[in-house]
Design a binder for this molecule. Structure first.
Ligand SMILES: Nc1ncnc2c1ncn2[C@@H]1O[C@H](COP(=O)(O)OP(=O)(O)OP(=O)(O)O)[C@@H](O)[C@H]1O
Ligand SMILES: [Mg+2]
Length: 313
């Protein structure tokens, strides 16, 4: 796929004297992605790099891919030796319509489109730049890893953007995902069973903390719960401390969600009072609930929330 993107620009690279280097780790895992969208994102980055290197003495484009184990993600980097981005602009480059180009030369949409595509795939995009030296964009995308659990993971979040983001991460790792956008739907799905873990935001719990306590008690607290926001507030905070194997503090990031998934699904972490995630920044470990997770035999009544139309690329 990288070669396909770079091939589109071969003529310009030669014309403008751009050296292209590729460095791909061997044996990279696959990522669940819409190949066309991912190509579009990469092409935007390559076009920006080309533009930034115009008229510069050294013109080198490096495209790399490697595996980042703690995030369970493939990192793709696009580096150039262009003019770089001023510090004051670094935080704005992903904003729609932000451009430093002359009127008519750029819309300022390229990077905001990249950002949207990467987030839709449950990933993250970051930029690092030094004026006069060059710029590197780094994409992290969840890497598909065959998972043993055949249960779904429930993502219950009132805010659609965050819900889709967490769901896309989980789906990218190969989990089946169910959604809920309100407390009663979440409770119904929880009671229906066949869940490996639940990712729930404080807003959903806050609606009825007692109902959640009762529902958890009815199931013997046997489904690991990760609180994805609102862990600091009143009743919900107390609920989180009692019930959650991990508490995520916003912003939600691949590494912290991955650590929470591992804490939730690693049987060894139950019963000893601490979750694995407590070493990872952004994830506060909460006391684990008593009792180990046991395979649920209940039938699932939900529809998987994430359609798997992507292909592994
Ligand atoms: N590799 C890079 N090196 C230096 N500056 C960059 C680089 N990539 C992006 N930028 C800066 O970020 C701004 C926004 O980039 P973005 O791709 O969103 O829009 P654009 O390239 O200006 O317009 P469009 O992509 O719509 O043609 C650019 O105008 C430029 O100032
Ligand atoms: Mg652009």
């Amino acid at each position: 796929m990288f070669t396909r993107v770079l091939a589109l620009r071969t003529y310009e690279f030669r014309l403008n004297g751009v050296d292209v280097e590729m460095a791909f780790e061997r044996g990279l895992p696959r990522v669940l992605a819409d190949a066309g969208q991912l190509q579009q994102a990469l092409l935007n980055l390559v076009l920006n790099a080309e533009q930034a290197m115009r008229g510069r003495a050294t013109r080198r484009l490096e495209v790399g891919a490697s595996y980042v184990a703690d995030a369970g993600a493939v990192q793709i980097t696009v580096s150039d030796t262009g003019h770089g981005i001023e510090d004051g602009n670094l935080g704005r480059v992903f904003d729609p319509f932000f451009t430093t180009r002359d009127v008519g030369e750029g819309t300022g949409l390229g990077l905001s489109i990249c950002y949207g595509i990467v987030r839709d795939h449950g990933g993250q995009i970051a930029v690092d730049s030094q004026v006069g030296v060059g710029t590197t964009f780094a994409l992290l995308l969840p890497a598909y890893m065959p998972t043993a659990a055949n249960e779904e993971l429930l993502v219950a979040h009132t805010e659609q953007g965050e819900r889709d983001y967490v769901a896309a991460m989980l789906a990218g790792w190969g989990f089946g995902v169910a959604f809920a956008d309100n407390a009663s739907a979440a409770l119904a799905r929880y009671r229906a069973g066949n869940l490996g873990a639940i990712f729930i935001d404080g807003g959903i719990v806050a609606g009825d903390v007692d109902a959640w306590r009762a529902a958890r008690q009815a199931k013997g607290g046997s489904i690991p719960l990760v609180l994805t926001s609102g862990a600091a507030q009143g009743d919900v905070a107390k609920f989180g401390r009692e019930q959650a194997v991990a508490l995520l503090t916003p912003p939600i990031e691949l590494r912290t969600v991955r650590a929470a998934v591992q804490a939730a699904l690693s049987h060894d972490d139950f019963g000893d009072g601490r979750a694995d995630a407590n070493e990872t920044s952004g994830v506060d470990a909460a006391p684990a609930e008593a009792g180990r997770r046991t395979g649920s035999t209940e039938d699932s009544t939900s529809q998987s929330g994430v359609s798997r139309t992507g292909e592994y690329v």
